[in-house]
Design a protein around this ligand. Structure first.
Ligand code: GDD
Ligand code: MG
Length: 360
């Protein structure tokens, strides 16, 4: 089986983390975001995975070499000379996607869920249409692609990208299986699968949906990344509870890398991820927080609803909250209060940040 992952875009909404790494390599639950997708694809027997990129950082190439060996898959880089949107890259990779006439998967690189790929493939075969998209329900559908099904059917009547008026609360989860005939509808030029291709396929009655069981989140911006982390940890609680940390200091779902160290009299959780080689001092309180590889958190620090980028340090008694995001190698002095601070990499912060702002 074959798949293409849309990895383009500059990840601007996930800055300052994406100043240090391309979005697909930003860690989510202690592994690069894109590994969640690659792992799910490999598990169902996908052997050829195209990464559609509009730039090819060395870090990405190196990271993928290890991944090929680990999951026994072939990773093909398909490089655009200009951003081709969400449809153009599929045409550009035609050589691989059309190498046989079996359908192929297409995934957005920033969504996280249980990836019911086998169910999608089975359903796609059964209805005989051209495309099957995974759908889920959200409270605010305006920032997504929205679908309206034909009454009582999996067939899509309308697909509207980012609607300005309410259409439906059922949204495109960003995971598709497409027949090779879809390749005849797309050219390798800038184009949108959501605005151009899906509405056309729907108008011919050939677009179908599968309702996603379980959790789903687009983790492409900090607030949603934190919500997605909580949902992912809860799914681990259901599927693989022993991967979560358990001790007197832990509250709720907490994932701790084996090399991380936690001091005494801490309260960690709920919804916390501690990366490799993280050192947490004594009396630290963390909730809804992600602390990435190599960070050191001083005694009596309080962090809630925030992301601490790689190799940063937080001085004792500091307090970080309200979607504060520290880039890589940021240093927060003791007793500083950060309220919604977005701090660029390699900065040192000595004074409190009382209201949400970007520190350059
Ligand atoms: N190769 C390539 N080239 N990839 C691109 C480009 C490009 O020019 N532009 C965007 N992408 C990739 C992004 O990296 C991401 O994985 C995917 O295409 C979707 O782009 P986003 O920018 O994340 O779109 P969105 O989140 O606003 O909306 C999309 O996802 C929603 C679900 O999260 C749409 O597919 C919506 O319909 C959907 O509901
Ligand atoms: Mg997105």
């Amino acid at each position: 089986m074959k798949a293409l992952i849309l990895v383009g875009g500059f990840g601007t909404r996930l800055r300052p983390l994406t100043f240090s790494k391309p979005k697909p390599l930003v860690d989510f639950a202690n592994q690069p975001m894109i590994l969640h997708q690659i792992e799910a694809l490999a598990k169902v027997g996908v052997t050829d995975i195209v990464l559609a990129v509009n730039y090819q950082p060395r870090t990405m190439v190196d990271a993928m070499q290890e991944v090929e060996a680990k999951f026994n898959v072939k990773i093909h880089f398909s490089i655009e000379s200009e951003p081709l949107g969400t449809a153009g890259p599929i045409a550009l990779a035609k050589g691989i996607l059309a190498k046989d006439d079996s359908p192929f998967f297409v995934l957005n690189s920033d969504v996280i869920c249980d990836f019911p790929l086998l169910e999608m493939a089975a359903m796609h075969k059964e209805h005989g249409g051209e495309a099957t998209i995974l759908v889920t329900k959200v409270a605010d559908p305006s920032k997504y692609g929205v679908v309206v099904n034909k009454e009582g059917s999996s067939q899509v009547e309308r697909f509207v990208e980012k609607p300005t008026v309410f259409v439906s609360d059922k949204i495109n989860a960003g995971i598709y299986i497409l027949s090779t005939s879809v390749l005849d509808r797309i050219k390798p030029v800038p184009s949108s699968i959501e605005k151009e291709i899906f509405p056309a396929i729907a108008s011919e009655g050939l677009l179908h949906t599968l309702d996603l069981p379980g959790f789903w989140m687009d983790v492409g911006q900090p607030k949603d990344y934190l919500i997605g982390t909580g949902l992912y940890l809860e799914s681990l609680r259901q599927k693989a509870p022993t991967t979560l940390h358990a001790s007197d200091e832990i509250v709720g779902n907490v994932l701790v890398a084996p090399s991380a160290k936690i001091g005494s009299k801490c309260k960690i959780g709920p919804n916390v991820v501690l990366g490799p080689n993280v050192v947490i001092g004594d009396g630290v309180r963390l909730s809804n927080a992600v602390v990435m590889e190599g960070c050191t958190i001083g005694d009596n620090v309080l962090i809630s609803d925030s992301i601490i980028g790689w190799h940063s340090t937080v001085g004792k008694w500091a307090r970080l909250e309200n979607v504060s995001v520290l880039g890589e190698d940021v240093h927060i002095a003791a007793e500083v209060f950060a309220n919604g601070a977005c701090v660029l990499p390699h900065k040192s912060i000595a004074a409190s940040i009382l209201a949400p702002k970007i520190v350059m």
